[in-house]
Design a protein around this ligand. Sequence first.
Ligand SMILES: [Zn+2]
Length: 236
Amino acid sequence: MDSLDGTYIKEFEAEVTAVFPGIVELNQTAFYHLGGGQPADTGKLVWNEGSGKVFDVRKKNRIRHMIKGDLPDIGDTVKGSLDWDRRYSHMRMHTSQHLVSAVVSERYGSDTVGNQIGFDRSRIDFKPLKLGNTELNMLQDEVNQVISKDLKISISESERSDLENNPEIRSSMSSGLWKMLPSSITKLRVVKIGNIDVCPCAGTHVRSLSEIGDIAFLKKDNKGSEKIRLTYKLND
Ligand SMILES: [Zn+2]
């Protein structure tokens, strides 16, 4: 389910493979687990004899659905459904994060050193970056101009060794983030926006930039030692 199409799955069927107090594991899932700055999906699981609310999803070796309500039995077939408004907002927000990071990297040579995706606002930390208010407005215009070109987003899988030596990969990936990836991970999912950005990422994204709408920067915080935090929202 970890494909481009998979990111648009709102409902799915699965088999229960393990049950612990408040936790259900499935043989497959469309729920996104917390990670990469993107919050977990929420939603519900329904089966013949009961239902439970999925209020959090975590991955530790296996994906664990944190449940409030009834618990199914191992072997049960469940229907899962995602809170789609929340998830779709995260997809739009996450894709705009890639785009803003790409434009800032291109224009200012600055790395993305952190990000937090949210439902109605998100933030990205850049370093090193110095940005005045006029420049922030110019950046906003530039990002929205790229959105209006409606570039397509594509997802593929690549060998880690190829990516590590690929100059197209945003420089943010060349330093700290590679070191954080365990050496056991040899293949990575790669998200491309048209011909302007290539970035390894396991999060969820929209298929086309027009789905983002308009980006509006809400604030710019100086976090010291040339680090700047940009907070933004999206207009439909
Ligand atoms: Zn991403």
